[in-house]
Design a protein around this ligand. Structure first.
Ligand SMILES: Nc1ncnc2c1ncn2[C@@H]1O[C@H](COP(=O)(O)OP(=O)(O)OP(=O)(O)O)[C@@H](O)[C@H]1O
Ligand SMILES: [Mg+2]
Length: 238
């Protein structure tokens, strides 16, 4: 299978700190790849560096074979990558409809907009409500919807389950499974059960370096690997 994204020896500094020191992995087209690692491992920085929000000081990022390294965030987004940051970042004072319209490029894609409203009936229902008045779960759905209404081929999604109630997390997992039929996903997810359910391949980073890549099922089925790379007691995936 061809790779949607290829990240090679990525390095990045924040201030004088050398945060990424060699992150290497592939995101195969048409499936979900999960990016894991303990707190502070460099997951968010990896996504931000792919998007050009943090400048890469080494290595390269390619989208469907096209070099993205050194390009500006705007160009990288236009190349077809949607980024859903950790803090959601919806425009609180704009309505749901306005949030989506702002995100569309060149008029957006009708097909995608229909897909989004099918996927998130609440967003259709509350189209004219200000985003700041939605629940946390609805805001997270809106943040994902915004990354979907244009012609993005790849979504980078940072901890979509964070702060959500268990029932909303379950819904989120269903939605992401649905979305992955349409676009390729690189998912950062601390909820191991959800990560194991969604990920085909996984990448583990630690202290700014890739320490493991392989099938998600292999990591999920091996508590000793989890202990070694994620530092947790070893969690059985359900
Ligand atoms: N603006 C910043 N200034 C200084 N250090 C930073 C900054 N942003 C991130 N770091 C450091 O970079 C490292 C990686 O942070 P990053 O946010 O990428 O980790 P993460 O894997 O996403 O963690 P989490 O699971 O907590 O979200 C951490 O040690 C963090 O303290
Ligand atoms: Mg993070």
């Amino acid at each position: 299978m061809s790779n949607m994204l290829e990240v090679r020896d990525l390095g990045a500094h924040i201030g004088r700190f050398h945060i990424l020191q060699g992150v290497t992995f592939d995101v195969p087209a048409g499936e979900t790849t999960v990016l894991l690692g303990r707190n502070g491992a460099g997951k968010t920085t990896t996504l931000r560096t792919i998007m050009g929000l943090v400048r890469a000081t080494a290595g390269s990022v390619r989208l469907a074979g096209r070099e993205l390294t050194g390009r500006r965030p705007f160009d990288i987004a236009r190349a077809g990558i949607g980024y859903v940051p950790e803090d959601r970042d919806v425009f609180a004072t704009l309505t749901v409809e306005e949030n989506l319209r702002v995100a569309e490029r060149g008029g957006g894609l009708k097909k995608r907009r229909e897909f989004v409203f099918d996927l998130f009936p609440d967003l259709a229902r509350f189209a004219h409500r200000k985003a700041g008045h939605l629940s946390g779960g609805q805001q997270q759905m809106l943040a994902i919807a915004r990354a979907l209404v244009n012609d993005n081929q790849l979504l980078l999604i940072d901890e979509p389950s964070k702060g959500l109630a268990p029932v909303v997390i379950e819904r989120m997992a269903e939605v992401l499974a649905e979305i992955s039929r349409e676009v390729t996903i690189l998912l950062v997810e601390q909820n191991f059960t959800m990560a194991a359910k969604l990920g085909k391949m996984c990448v583990v980073v630690d202290e700014g370096r890739t320490v493991y890549t392989g099938p998600m099922a292999e990591l999920a089925g091996d508590p000793r690997l989890q202990q070694r790379y994620l530092g947790v007691g070893g969690q059985e995936a359900v």
